[in-house]
Design a protein around this ligand. Sequence first.
Ligand code: FAD
Ligand code: NAD
Length: 512
Amino acid sequence: MTKRQETMSGHLRTEVCISAKSAWLQYWIDLIKWRDIALHFLFKVFPMNATSSYDLIIIGAGPGGYVCAIRAAQLGMKVACVEKRSTLGGTCLNVGCIPSKALLSASEKYHEAKDELGKMGIKISGVKLDLEGMMGHKKAVVDSNTKGIEFLFKKNKVEWLKGSGKIIAAGQVDVDGTVYQAKNIVIATGSDVAVPPGIMVDEKRIVSSTGALELSEVPKKMVVIGGGVIGLELGAVWGRLGSEVTVVEYMNRILPTMDSELSKEMQKILTKQGMVFKLSTKVSKAEADKKGVTLELEPAAGGDKEIIKADIVLVAVGRKAYTDALGLEAVGVERDERGRIKTDVHFQSNVAGIYAIGDVIAGPMLAHKAEDEGVVLAEILAGQSGHIDYNLIPGVVYTWPEVASVGQTEEQLKQAGVDYKSGKFPFMANGRARAMNATEGFVKILADAKTDRVLGCHIIGPEAGTLIAEVTAVMEFGGSSEDIARTCHAHPTLEEVVKEAALAVLGRPLHI
Ligand code: FAD
Ligand code: NAD
């Protein structure tokens, strides 16, 4: 081979080499392109694979979980919320606050139309109960609320991981076999019905609140075990619709954690409405058969047994934290003696990166408490500071009249040796309450004897749940009863009863 030939063939080799290189390059470019297209379709079909790592995974989409998710997303976090129910909103929206309030409102209107409006010159004849229609109203309300949370998740780009969540390690959540990563995990799995020994809930004859929201006919006789919030609210619903309701309460008063004056007044009013109370009594046995339920009662302190019969028994003796199948033992998350997850003031469990909020931790089992914890925790995780004053979480019972409480009760103040003043004003002396034919009850404000700072407020009466908000806000700002008394309140309103109670603390109510 000549030198020229060598050079030419070398040139040729270089050209061949370059074209072989560009073919390889093209091959890889095409491969990457097709891989991307394939992955794109794969992620469209199986979106979970594309988004398996998050800043925050929340287990449970009740008021604690879904609110925490929305707030965290607002603060820029990539958030997923695991929920095993087929709808979002947890106990509150599905089988708690919302359906019970739908039935309370509907049954209240039925009772008003049947028995009350005549007193205001409105004669209605032939008022009839359409229970199926009432349940339809409840279902529509629940559906629109739960769908609303789905909309809010989409709006805030919170991903709903459908299925049961289990923590397999800090930073890892298994949802029905797929593992997701997260910088932080929040447990917001809520609570479940507590059932006393000797009783079995079948949701037919012996029902929990869930069954009591679904009855297909009005029971002739209903026995409610537990004179707390659920017992009185759902007892009131079925009482208004025609049941004879007997409430069996273990303690010597109903609503035992509220101010005792409220308990007494509530019992008086509900007795007038037809409810029967057996206090300081416990149910030792309840047996259901096709005809009804036979209950064995005995005095709480011990003594002779009594047998009573009922068509339906509602078990409402409280709720317990729900942590089933969450994998807490394996991960080492500690719980207290009541099964609630132990947390520090920042809602963190003993395992770093695992937090808990709502009914599953200590504190009142209320939706607004869970929501506030959700907001505060999201803000803490975003590097902000957050705080909840647990003394200022209002409690409301949505019976008619309503009961509402915030801050300390008289019993608590006495026990703590606090020197306090009390001001009370009845709805009977308020023009608007008279106009509404809703004069039962009173507002009571408790204030520090020296500083006049408001320490508690206890209301029984129309719109009590709304009226308590003013006093809660004043208490948040460390305000006094004089602050309320000197604030101009529109006339004629029920709010004037709050103002008069504040004036009563100062010893100078105007309209009594
Ligand atoms: P929940 O609302 O219980 O939500 C927890 C969610 O977690 C559930 O949806 C559950 O399915 C899900 N979950 C559990 N484990 C897993 C898992 N491993 N994987 C995936 N998902 C899981 N409170 C009020 O403030 N006002 C009221 O008027 C009121 N009325 C009520 C009426 C009734 C009949 C009842 C029963 C309760 C009522 N409550 C009311 C209480 C209120 O419902 C609760 O305090 C509130 O729902 C607690 O919120 P949460 O987010 O902690 O838990
Ligand atoms: P609760 O704690 O309000 O009342 C339970 C009642 O049952 C208490 O009065 C208790 O003394 C009594 N009791 C306990 N064991 C008993 C027994 N063996 N026999 C007879 N009485 C017994 O509980 P609940 O009414 O079941 O409600 C559960 C939770 O749901 C509460 O924490 C409540 O805050 C929440 N909830 C709130 C609202 C609301 O805010 N309007 C409405 C419903 C439920």
